[in-house]
Design a protein around this ligand. Structure first.
Ligand code: PLP
Length: 390
């Protein structure tokens, strides 16, 4: 979930564009034309993965920029139609902070943007009915993520897309965690804008794309040259674009097989942990969830301590907590799903990749049982300071 290793074929595809094919795609001599052709090939590969037309793909520097371009691009393009945006409480910070910015600084023509942050249920699901109810005559944009990066819950995007289309409101989805992991088709989902990122799908870092449906008008984030249909100025990152294209092409080929494999590994991990360790809770939706994420809460211990101890054993896991000014803030996603903050502190996200093996899973279960036992035996919160693992 945090990132993935670039696929060897991705690296191989990029190398010529870092070496001999270094032309600027805006140049009209042959060096430039070669680079331009490579970009257009990559645009087709990205479009094909999400069922879009190549002309609807804009290359950006990653998921964060795609989210910014979608939200600010629509907000400023539609400021005369309305100033209300609907999103959810569990979006990635790239969406949430952009919404906060539009609320506080997006003061244009006498009125600020107003944002409705929809709650989610205990599984992290947004209710399409609540989206419908939140719509006003001032609503210009709905932005709901396709799948959550912490707990892996897959949102009812198609249902929300139908509502948005019926009401004639632009609909953006942050699909950074979903693309390449589960089938994503922009026509089927009825989205107008969709963000994706290279480094989550075995592509390079610092590259992403925004799908913008034909006919949807956005304004650029910055100004300069005419690249990317005048919507993203600046000389294109040709090697990274080529790498993203290849990563999308590989994902189209392997997604189904990878998803089955990862689901099997994730289930093995989940079963093993539940058998070996007690006082553990699984978070997120039991069915509507990404195949590669397992999110858990361990009672009576801190996620950070587990993370550091697991790292010492060579296993990288993540917590939802962020250390801010000396105090640990529990994850806003876990708070939004109604979790007790004390329990949220003991949360861990284990995310798997296609290169993981059953042996990795079994080692992780063993290591985690060990770490939990050790930490609970030291924990002042533990009633008998033992009895943590089965
Ligand atoms: N949106 C989601 C759901 C993510 O998980 C991430 C990255 O973690 C991003 C956006 C940001 O993407 P990038 O790292 O490419 O800027």
């Amino acid at each position: 979930c945090a990132t993935t290793p670039p696929h060897p074929e991705v690296v191989e595809a990029m190398l010529p564009y870092l070496n001999e094919n270094f032309g600027n795609p805006s140049s009209i001599y042959s060096f430039g034309r070669q680079a331009k052709t490579a970009i257009e090939e990559a645009r087709k590969q990205v479009a094909s993965l999400i069922g879009a037309d190549p002309s609807e793909i804009l290359f950006t520097s990653g998921g964060t920029e795609s989210d910014n371009l979608a939200l600010r691009g629509i907000a400023y393009a539609k400021k005369r139609d309305g100033k209300h945006i609907i999103t959810s409480l569990i979006e990635h910070s790239a969406v949430l902070t952009t919404c906060n910015y539009l609320e506080s600084e997006g003061f244009i023509e006498g009125k600020n943007f107003r944002v409705t942050y929809l709650p989610v249920d205990k599984f992290g699901l947004v209710d399409p009915d609540q989206v419908k109810k939140a719509i006003t005559c001032d609503t210009i944009l709905i932005s709901i993520m396709q799948a959550n990066n912490e707990i892996g819950t897959i949102e009812p995007i198609k249902e929300i897309g139908e509502i948005a289309r019926e009401k004639g409101i632009c609909f953006h989805t942050d699909a950074v965690q979903a693309v390449g992991k589960i089938p994503v088709n922009v026509e089927d989902l009825k989205v107008d804008l969709l963000s994706l990122s290279g480094h989550k799908i075995y592509g390079p870092k610092g590259i992403g794309a925004l799908y913008v449906k034909k006919g949807v008008k956005i304004v650029p984030l910055f100004y300069g040259g005419h690249q990317e249909q005048n919507l993203r100025a600046g000389t294109e990152n040709v090697p990274a674009i080529v790498g993203l294209g290849r990563a999308c092409e590989i994902a189209s080929r392997n997604m189904e097989e990878n998803a089955k494999y990862l689901t099997r590994l994730r289930n093995r991990l989940e079963t093993g942990i539940m058998q070996k360790i007690n006082h553990v809770r699984i978070n997120g939706h039991p069915i509507r969830r990404l195949p590669h994420i397992l999110h858990l809460c361990f009672e009576l211990i801190e996620g950070e301590a587990m993370l550091l101890n697991m790292d010492m054993k060579g296993i990288q896991v993540s917590t939802g907590s962020a250390c801010t000014s000396g105090s640990f803030e529990p994850s806003y996603v876990l708070i939004a799903v109604g979790m007790d903050p004390r329990l949220a502190h003991g949360s861990l996200r284990l995310s798997l990749g296609k290169n993981n093996t059953e042996e990795d899973i079994d080692n992780t279960i063993e290591a985690l049982a060990h770490v939990v036992e050790k930490l609970r035996s030291m924990s002042p919160l533990s009633p008998n300071k033992k009895g943590s693992s089965r």
